[in-house]
Each structure stands twice: as structure tokens, then as C-alpha cells.
Design a protein around this ligand. Structure first.
Ligand code: KIV
Length: 294
């Protein structure tokens, strides 16, 4: 291709770009991806950041919650995403029990996301109780984004997937936690299922960007689970999701059509078949005949 006429390669999104976007009041877009083709599409769509979320456990692996997801699962899927996209900021989600038991284990596991899995940063859930781990990771050169509000790895502690920060006490604790994560060195914070006024207030107070999911319009960016957005997850649709497509229905109809075509002998058709040329075919028939006569 003529180099002069080709479009310039899009610029890699970094944690610094997140900071600049916040300062310039440009909203940050983030989506989840767990595989190569979705990563390719997200990059082509100009999405700023891809989160390889542990939501993988629910929307791809079929678990009831995110707790069974392992480091091995995450590394495997992060690698596929890293092969599909390089421009967006790639964030690997630390799974349950990969960072809670000790700071040392947290840093070692976080390092694997960068060293083995091709991620640019990691995400972990929790507030003040994670400050030491975040500080140690940042000191080791690993960018970290926090996650407050409805943190799905605490589903049992919360008694279900419930919105958080709805009382003044709970909201105050969340505000404090957000400041503690910023102080610990997080480059951003995901706010999930918290009241819009509270998310707006936290976003105003913090220097680092907030990325909302079910947290209203006043965050510095938005994230959605791609399977929700494209209608590929059929079990439920969270109330804060806008569905931009109904992929589950399209896939189902295509599979039903294929099944019917196989039943009716309509697939494969002539154009889907390959043939030996006549000479080879005739030689084979003769060979078979001569063997039969032996
Ligand atoms: O795992 C995930 O996809 C997440 C997002 C919902 C923020 O944590």
C-alpha cells in the first residue's frame, strides 16, 4: 500500500491517556472482551479500553457467579484478547483469591497479567482493605484500576447482586474508599451499581478517572459487558444495560436453519463439495476392482 495515502496507525491508549481524557472532559469508553474476534471488533470500533473481566465466568463459562474463575482461565483469555487488539488499554481482571490472601501473592499474580498475558494493567475489587496490595503493585510498575460499589466477588457477603452506597453511611464509606485507592496509586476506579449522584460526586472529587457501570452519566467513562450490550447472554439483562443488538436470537435462528437444512438434505450443496478428477477416480475404481478379484 502507498504509505503516503495510508491512514496513520491509531495511537496506543495508555493510563496517561485516561488522565488526559479526564482533564479534557472526554468520556472514556471501555468494553469487556474474552476472545480474539471480540478484541478485533472492539479495536476497530475505536473503544479506548478492553477489560478482560472475570464476568467471563458468567457470560462465557456458564457459572452462576464470578467466584470459580481461576488465574489459568484469566491468563488464557487475556492472551487471546492481546492477540486481537493492541491500541486499546488492555486490563486484566484479577480473579477471586488471586490477590486477597497476601500482598506478595497479589503482586506476583498481577505481574503474570503483564508478563505472560500481554495486558497493560490489572483491575481488582475492594476498598481500603486493598490499599497495601495496590501500593505494592504500583511500586512494582504494575498499573492498577480499582473497583468499588457492587463488587461481584463479594456476592455472598452482599447477600446477592445488589446496588451499593444507597445510605448516607454506606455512601460516605465509598467516598473514603475511593480516596484511599487514589492515594494508594490506582490510575482509575470502576464504580458499579452505585447511585448516580454519588458516582458524580466521587468523579468530581477525584483526580483519577471513574468508569461507571450502572452508576449514571456523570462518571468520566463507561464500561459494559459486551455480551449484555450485543444481547448474547440470555439469562438476564441488568437494568442499566442498553442492548444494541440481539445476537443470541440471530445465532439461534442460524443454528435452527442449519439443522433443518441437514435434515432436509439441503446442506451441503454442490458448491460446498470437492471432487477427485475423473482420471484419479477411475484409477481408484480399477484398483478396488483388481483387489476384489485377487
Ligand atoms: O468482570 C467484569 O466484567 C467487570 C465489569 C462489570 C466492570 O468487572
Amino acid at each position: 500500500m502507498d504509505k503516503k495515502n495510508s491512514a496513520p496507525a491509531p495511537k496506543k491508549v495508555t493510563t496517561r491517556s485516561f488522565q488526559i481524557k479526564k482533564q479534557q472532559k472526554q468520556p472514556i469508553s471501555m468494553l469487556t472482551a474474552y476472545d480474539y474476534p471480540t478484541a478485533l471488533a472492539a479495536e476497530k470500533a475505536g473503544i479506548d479500553s478492553i477489560l478482560v473481566g472475570d464476568s467471563l465466568g458468567m457470560v462465557v463459562l456458564g457459572y452462576d457467579n464470578t467466584l470459580p474463575v481461576t488465574m489459568a482461565d484469566m491468563i488464557h483469555h487475556c492472551k487471546a484478547v492481546a492477540r486481537g487488539a493492541s491500541t486499546p488499554l488492555l486490563i486484566g481482571d484479577m480473579p477471586f483469591m488471586s490477590y486477597q490472601s497476601s500482598v506478595k501473592k497479589a503482586v506476583e499474580n498481577a505481574g503474570r497479567f503483564l508478563q505472560e498475558a500481554g495486558m497493560d494493567a490489572v483491575k481488582l475489587e475492594g476498598g481500603r482493605e486493598r490499599a497495601d496490595a495496590i501500593t505494592a503493585m504500583v511500586q512494582a510498575g504494575i498499573p492498577v484500576i480499582g473497583h468499588l460499589g457492587l463488587t461481584p466477588q463479594s456476592v455472598h457477603a452482599f447477600g446477592g447482586f445488589r446496588a451499593q452506597g444507597k445510605t448516607s453511611d454506606a455512601a460516605m464509606r465509598l467516598i473514603e474508599d475511593a480516596h484511599i485507592l487514589q492515594q494508594a496509586g490506582a490510575f482509575g476506579i470502576v464504580l458499579e451499581a452505585v447511585p448516580a449522584q454519588l458516582a458524580g460526586l466521587i468523579s468530581e472529587q477525584l483526580e483519577i478517572p471513574t468508569i461507571g457501570i450502572g452508576a449514571g452519566a456523570n462518571c468520566d467513562g463507561q464500561v459494559l459487558v459486551t455480551h449484555d450490550l450485543i444481547g448474547q447472554f440470555d439469562r438476564f439483562v441488568p437494568s442499566f444495560v442498553r442492548q444494541y443488538a440481539q445476537i443470541h436470537t440471530i445465532v439461534l435462528e442460524a443454528m435452527q436453519h442449519y439443522h433443518q437444512d441437514v435434515q432436509d438434505g439441503k446442506f451441503p450443496a454442490e458448491e460446498h463439495s470437492i471432487y477427485m478428477d475423473d482420471q484419479e477416480w477411475n484409477t481408484l475404481i480399477k484398483l478396488l476392482e483388481s483387489r476384489r478379484d485377487e
